[in-house]
Design a protein around this ligand. Sequence first.
Ligand code: PLP
Length: 451
Amino acid sequence: MPFRTAVRCLINPIRVVLRPSTSIRGYAAIAEARSVLEHELETIRTGGTWKGERIITSKQGPHINVDGSRGDILNFCANNYLGLSSHPQVVEAGIEALKKYGAGLSSVRFICGTQDIHKDLEQKLAKFHEREECILYASCFDANAGLFEVLLGPDDAVLSDELNHASIIDGIRLCRAKRFRYKHMDLNDLETQLKQSQSSRMRLVVTDGVFSMDGDVAPLKGICDLAEQYGALVFIDECHATGFMGPRGRGTDELLGVMDRVHIVNSTLGKALGGAAGGYTVGPKPLIDLLRQRSRPYLFSNSLPPPVVGCATRAVELLLASNEIAQSVGAKTMRFRNKMTEAGFTISGSAHPICPVMLGDARLASLMADDMLKLGVYVIGFSYPVVPKGKARIRVQISAAHTDQDIDRAVDAFIQTGRKHGVGSCPYPYLEIYLEVFNLTDFLLFCPYTV
Ligand code: PLP
């Protein structure tokens, strides 16, 4: 027995004997934590907001294999807008970079984590977006987490769309600027907030270029007009636009003719640009220089692995070389949107490849998504709290890699499952009622029907 414990035993023997040992206290703490966590998990399950993860056993693409489902599954829920995730040239570039530069840098950028390929990719991205400079991050989440704190201080103000991405919200929480939240895409409300924040030194209007739940495009022209009128800067998050919005795929700023009026752009390498991982900020040189000095996710996190840099660089090169790839998803998107609308479904958003099939009811969205998978089409139902209550939907994402036949198969599957659940226009309304009465609606899933 250690000397100190022996002395304590002599002074107060009963207390020492009754006091639980360190390991018992440790077990009790773990048991307590387990019970708190189990309770929290149960709340999520009973609240119906549990997010399961399907396991894919093939590479990303329009046709995938999913654990537990037989055969080829048609995939309509990846952000693989241009089909570059498995593009042979992109994959090859990743392999070459892996061989030449190794698996990773085991370092942050400013210690010994900057290779020539990092600088090259930054230059290409700056050129692609027609901005002065670029800085890479491990993700766009990090780019959003690292920007506002560096740019804005307590004398400044940030004006943010209420439906901005979670990473923007978190990034803004980390900065000390005054916060103003304007109603979703509401220019009148933005103007009110600009008036209210007039005493601030610097003001930044912050918006997603495209909002991922609805596929709706921010009114950037109006935002830039107001920002110029009130002397504010404009920031956009282009994760769901880079590579395919606008004639050359530069993004929503190109689509809406305001490339020279939007000051800062954050985007991802993890969606249209090859889909591996990584994010970046492009904008004025002094801002990018300051981010390299002060931005915490950049300073304190490993630099992007060479294969990831190789894949993204090839994707950007393909887009810089030709506008055809940027244009390749538009016609497919309109085919899906038009056929679904003809079939009586409501598709939110405008011409964006995010096509939310609006259903309203959360259970219906989840049941229909399950039934779609039975027909070999993988789509995901979204409900509260990811989208507002009563606005549950199945979000379909079109990729340039989908063929017309893939799209038609998805529309057919929607019509069949919709018929089972009473959504869309049914060509055999009486049949549906009979089957409902005799509890045989599953039969509708297998009714041959073509649009
Ligand atoms: N911003 C938006 C609008 C997004 O949709 C996402 C990803 O879902 C991110 C940022 C984060 O991007 P990344 O996956 O590169 O962290």
